[in-house]
Design a protein around this ligand. Sequence first.
Ligand code: TMP
Length: 219
Amino acid sequence: MTETRTGSGRFITLEGGEGAGKSTQIAALCGWLADRGITTVRTREPGGAAGAEEIRTLLVTGEPGKWDAITEALLMNAARRDHVVRTIRPALERGDWVVCDRFYDSTLVYQGAAGGVPMAILRDLIDMAVEDTRPDLTLILDIDPETGLARAGARAGGGTGGETRFERKGSAFHARVAQGFRDLASAEPERCVLIDAVQPLDDVTRDILSAVSDRLSLR
Ligand code: TMP
């Protein structure tokens, strides 16, 4: 496993389509790490720092066609830069572990595989935003888009507000997102683990904890 280059902490990212259950699983993972005496910073993208959260609001509200995919990629990476510099790197340098809900793989998949922006352009933007701050482990929650969007819709209806811009991009877009994440997991098996997120929640948690133990040498 690659060492974190910016300090002694470890950097774990969770990825997946809409309604894959990342929030629930991140809470379980952070609790499990805390039980092992590990100080964990839980964060998210877009967002995770004051300026990045302002950019998030621009990105996740309004009509699906409000920004084209290139503008989204620029805004996502502007937010990412702020997040890396102000939150992620300082935490890793302190020796904390960072657990992040989405990171640059979401850009490769949402703006690239699904949105059509060439991967080479996205990789250049990401390189500029993150430099050498890269995840040690990426857990990709795999769910078919119909099930995921139904879950996400129920959640939004339950009162999480108007952050539904991406959810409303249509079923063809979300099918490309799901396939994009699967392709990424097979392209980068050293860093990424694909987790079946359609299973019961406890089984998803078990698979996540076992991936973290194995890949990052924890008991
Ligand atoms: P969330 O609902 O998981 O908080 O994420 C907000 C939306 O932003 C989600 O639909 C995925 C999207 N997104 C991208 O399109 N590109 C990115 O780089 C990131 C981080 C998120």
